[in-house]
Design a protein around this ligand. Structure first.
Ligand SMILES: C[S@@+](CC[C@H](N)C(=O)[O-])C[C@H]1O[C@@H](n2cnc3c(N)ncnc32)[C@H](O)[C@@H]1O
Length: 285
């Protein structure tokens, strides 16, 4: 298990106290789940990716004194945090004292063979976090018209080279359908060069956001979170690695009268995060 970015800041932001209830909406590899449980909090962890769930349950079962069956304070549920309110209510786990969203992907996932990273050249160009999704990244690249592709790259990643990259994609796919990560990487290499990978990162990020409808999941997740948070002094902590996600969080907080208690900008490991700076916001209802 890796140590998550801004772990202490997030846990302190949640104000974890013994016997109180917390939701980790992005349980991932369990860094925050374990820490909340270690401090005596009860945790409902939600995670969308089947493989992450499997690994997390295994990790939980291995932790001494944290045997999943006997350890009543940790509950792990597979699902999309867009449905956080439904999940919490089904589990009779509400109202809660704090909710955490640690957005994006974890290192495990980049190496999981789903084509999330532009470095995994032989992976299929898939990028689905939830296994129930029907359209993958290659499907979008092969089927969308050029204007729709252009909008994805601009809307999700503010990509300045969007127009030329889309034109190159359209030319390439008329000869051969995109299947693998390398099919897309070769096109981007040709347009912007091989050395600087920032465009590669943005194009891959934009596609992943589209495949998984990540901005809308976040919007829905925030609405649901506020509905299951305690009326008074419930804490909402969000860690974003993408300025556009942080903008959604900031706007939501403003529109819903959440008080900003703290904002921390930290550095994430550039090797497995798509963007280098993480923005953590601690908000109170
Ligand atoms: C940055 S990782 C979280 C790492 C975690 N805090 C830890 O300590 O290991 C983000 C996680 O959120 C999950 N995720 C992304 N979108 C999701 C969604 N809509 N619903 C639930 N989980 C989601 C990803 O699969 C990934 O495991």
């Amino acid at each position: 298990m890796h140590t998550p970015v801004l772990l202490n800041e997030a846990i302190e932001g949640l104000n974890v106290q013994k016997g109180k209830r917390y939701i980790d909406a992005t349980a991932g590899e369990g860094g925050h789940v374990f820490e909340i449980a270690r401090r005596g909090g009860m945790v409902l962890g939600i995670e969308w990716d089947d493989l992450q769930i499997k690994n997390l349950k295994l990790a939980l079962s291995k932790v001494e004194g944290l045997k999943l069956e006997s350890y009543k304070s940790v509950l792990i549920v597979q699902g999309n945090f867009a449905k956080i309110e439904k999940v919490a209510k089904e589990q009779d786990f509400f109202p809660v004292d704090g909710i955490l969203f640690d957005l994006g992907l974890s290192q495990n996932q980049l190496l999981s063979g789903k084509g999330f990273s532009y470095r995994s050249l032989d992976d299929p160009l898939d990028m689905r976090i939830g296994s129930e999704l029907t359209e993958n990244a290659a499907g979008l690249i092969n089927s969308l018209d050029s204007q729709s592709l252009y909008e994805i790259f601009v809307r999700n990643a503010e990509e300045i080279n969007a127009r030329t990259i889309v034109e190159a994609i359209v030319r390439a796919r008329s000869k051969k359908k995109f299947e693998k990560v390398k099919d897309l990487v070769e096109v981007i290499d040709k347009m912007v060069g091989k050395k600087d990978k920032r465009t590669h990162a943005r194009i891959f990020q934009a596609l992943r956001i589209e495949v998984n409808d990540e901005f809308n999941n976040l919007r829905r997740g925030l609405v649901g979170a506020v509905n299951v948070l305690k009326q008074r002094a419930g804490r909402l902590v969000v860690i974003a690695f993408h300025s556009l996600e942080d903008r959604i969080v900031k706007r939501f907080a403003k529109e819903n009268g959440l008080k900003l208690l703290k904002k921390v900008v930290g550095r994430a490991e550039a090797t497995f995060r798509f963007e280098r700076s993480a923005i953590l916001r601690v908000m109170e209802k």
